[in-house]
Design a protein around this ligand. Structure first.
Ligand code: HEM
Ligand code: HEM
Length: 562
């Protein structure tokens, strides 16, 4: 009997002989992938998506996307005899009368949460390591498209069961659409097929949820992965790694085996959650009626930030020529989404403009090595996190016995102060970590061995950092800066002759300057001497002060250690 590797080699030769030009499959099966735990985050999103497709298909067999009225007669006694939509009745049927139905519904819902969570942390990994830089800007934009579609997919899915929570969410959606100036009313009528809730919204959301968005997601995810494959994955700096090579394992067998195991692991976590942790118990609140008050209702976590911004906003409106502009709805619905998504979309291009850096990057930055970017990232996370937290201000108020108004007032201040504080704290931590790196290179690592010198002094022996750690730290790349001074003839560089150019140079300096130099120059012998017990007590802060680095012309390499 053939062994598995022989079998795969045989199949790839068979296919290559018929469809693959020039050993296409064989070549690609041997493609090298770099290894780092944070590169698994994108895979979590990928595997959750596959699980969503499989469980979603199962649900379509029994779910009835109809708002026609029926009287419930299934096995959940408290609702027997209650009038409800066919959609709600079928979701109850899936939960109580279809074998394995509740488990699959719960797997679908948990997978949806993990899908969005996975892609969000994956995006943060890409952001903090600067993996969006040239040539990966396009994949970054595709990623943002995926994120937006995932939010819409979640919103439409959450609405399908047509229980009280679905209806509360739909009501907010309709209110926000109505708030859009000029076209809002028309859009709301178009989407809902008339007055709210009407009879069309569930069938429409159903088509969008099971056909339109999954189709686009599938196409975009394929494009995302193909592009990642063609452009090659970034790698962490380390021994033997350069901008031009990739160090890691081949796609087959090492990466495929790991990915297979990781898929099963992701599935196991989702299945365990779905088995033991109840999610969206639609039977508790009954069917949606527009008159019902749904206190305590919460959206899924990824919609929490929009809910929070609605709750924080003062009740502002402008009345003009008989028209009302509901700023209290419009600003919270559009601003956070707009600020976050637009900010993320333009970030790679703004950074490129600020640094003038048009080189290709295949090394992943360490977040500490770009303190301003990391600070901005943490400011963004804090902005988002506060909105998200305040989406549950009623729960906070009830559980911690704090006045609801106090939570709102706190939120209104915190939303401005919090991100600024987060920026400063993250920035300082980055500088501190850079100093620690520099100290490790120049003084080595504390060994725990205390020696007594002939003069009676006690010192701790420091051993040199291992080669791989030292190379990892030395992978730090300087951030290029646009030159704002004048050259020998007193002429300023071309980029900075206009007011905008001068502003650019200022921002560039702020973005790239504060930076701790590494003690690169020490020879191996010198470092070995440190290991033998040099004076190791110098203050790293003194030795490696934050220096104003002078200056790099736009487009030139940053002159890092590589
Ligand atoms: C790709 C991302 C997807 C996300 C984020 C997502 C999300 C959701 C959510 C949150 C629900 C509500 C679940 C509940 O009632 O507890 C839901 C319901 C549903 N989804 Fe999806 N879904 C996705 C893909 C799909 C696909 C691909 C299909 C079909 C092929 C599908 C079919 C359904 C059906 C039929 C329901 C209603 C059943 C029910 O709620 O019991 N979903 N979805
Ligand atoms: C459906 C959602 C997504 C899936 C399934 C997905 C999947 C993946 C996978 C498997 C990788 C390679 C492994 C890794 O780096 O983790 C990757 C790389 C990448 N993804 Fe995503 N991703 C998704 C969403 C996003 C989002 C939201 C962004 C950013 C806004 C993004 C930007 C990128 C970039 C720039 C790379 C290349 C990274 C590098 O070479 O270091 N992706 N994606």
């Amino acid at each position: 009997m053939k062994t598995a590797p022989k079998l795969i080699a045989g199949v790839s030769t068979f296919l290559d002989d018929r469809i693959g030009p020039g050993g296409f499959l064989k070549r690609n099966l041997r493609k090298i992938f770099p290894d780092h735990w944070s590169f698994l985050l994108g895979e979590i999103a990928l595997y959750s998506f596959i699980i969503l497709l499989l469980t979603g298909t199962f649900l379509t067999f029994w779910f009835k996307p109809s708002m026609g009225e029926v009287v419930y007669s299934g096995s959940y006694q408290p609702l027997v005899g209650v009038r409800m939509s066919e959609a709600y009745a079928s979701a109850l049927n899936i939960s109580f009368d279809v074998r394995g139905g509740l488990l699959i519904r719960q797997i679908h819902h948990w997978a949806a949460l993990l899908f969005v969570a996975g892609m969000t942390v994956h995006m943060l990994r890409v952001f903090f390591t600067g993996a969006y830089r040239k040539p990966r800007e396009l994949n970054w934009l595709i990623g943002l498209g995926l994120l937006t579609l995932a939010l819409l997919e979640g919103l439409t899915g959450y609405s399908l069961p047509d229980d009280l929570l679905s209806g509360a969410g739909l009501r907010i959606t309709q209110g926000v659409i109505l708030g859009i100036p000029v076209v809002g009313t028309y859009l709301a009528f178009l989407l809902f097929g008339g007055e709210f809730p009407g009879h069309d919204i569930i069938p429409r959301f159903f088509t969008i949820h099971i056909l339109l968005i999954p189709g686009i997601l599938l196409a975009l995810i394929s494009a995302h992965l193909v592009l990642m494959w063609v452009q090659k994955h970034t790698q962490m700096p380390g021994t033997g790694r350069t901008e031009k090579n990739v160090v890691g394992g081949p796609f087959y067998p090492s990466f495929m085996a790991k990915s297979g195991a990781f898929f099963l692991f992701t599935f196991a976590v989702i299945a365990l959650l779905a088995t033991f942790a109840q999610i969206n118990p639609i039977w508790l609140f009954g069917p949606y009626t527009p008159a019902a008050i749904s206190a305590g209702s919460q959206p899924d976590f990824y919609m929490g930030f929009l809910e929070g911004s609605l709750r924080l906003m003062p009740s502002w409106e402008i009345n003009f020529l008989g028209h009302t502009l509901s700023l209290s709805v419009l600003i919270p619905a559009l601003l956070p989404m707009g600020v976050i998504l637009t900010g993320l979309a333009v970030y790679p291009f703004v950074e490129q403009w600020v640094t003038g850096d048009r080189r290709e990057h295949h090394f992943a930055d360490r977040p500490r090595d770009n303190p301003v970017r990391t600070g901005i990232g943490f400011a963004g996370i804090t902005f988002y996190g506060l909105l998200w937290l305040l989406g549950a201000n009623d729960e906070i108020s009830a559980n911690f016995h704090i006045s609801l108004y106090l939570t709102t007032i706190f939120g209104r201040f915190a939303i401005f102060i919090g991100p600024a504080l987060a920026f400063v704290v993250a920035y300082r931590i980055c500088i501190g970590l850079q100093r620690r790196d520099a100290e490790m290179l120049s003084h080595g690592v504390e060994s725990g061995v205390i020696k007594r010198l002939p003069n009676g002094e006690y010192i701790e022996v420091h051993t040199p950092a291992t080669q791989d750690i030292a190379d990892h730290i030395r992978g730090k790349e300087e951030i290029p800066i646009i030159e704002s001074g004048v050259d020998g003839d007193g002429i300023p560089p071309k980029e900075t002759r206009t007011a905008l150019g001068r502003l650019r140079a200022k921002v560039s300096e702020a973005y790239g300057t504060d930076h701790v130099p590494l003690e690169e120059e020490r020879s191996h012998d010198e470092r070995a001497a440190i290991g033998a017990g040099d004076d190791v007590h110098a203050d790293a802060g003194e030795r490696n002060p934050i220096t104003r680095r002078r200056r790099q012309r736009s487009g030139r390499p940053g002159g890092g250690a590589r």
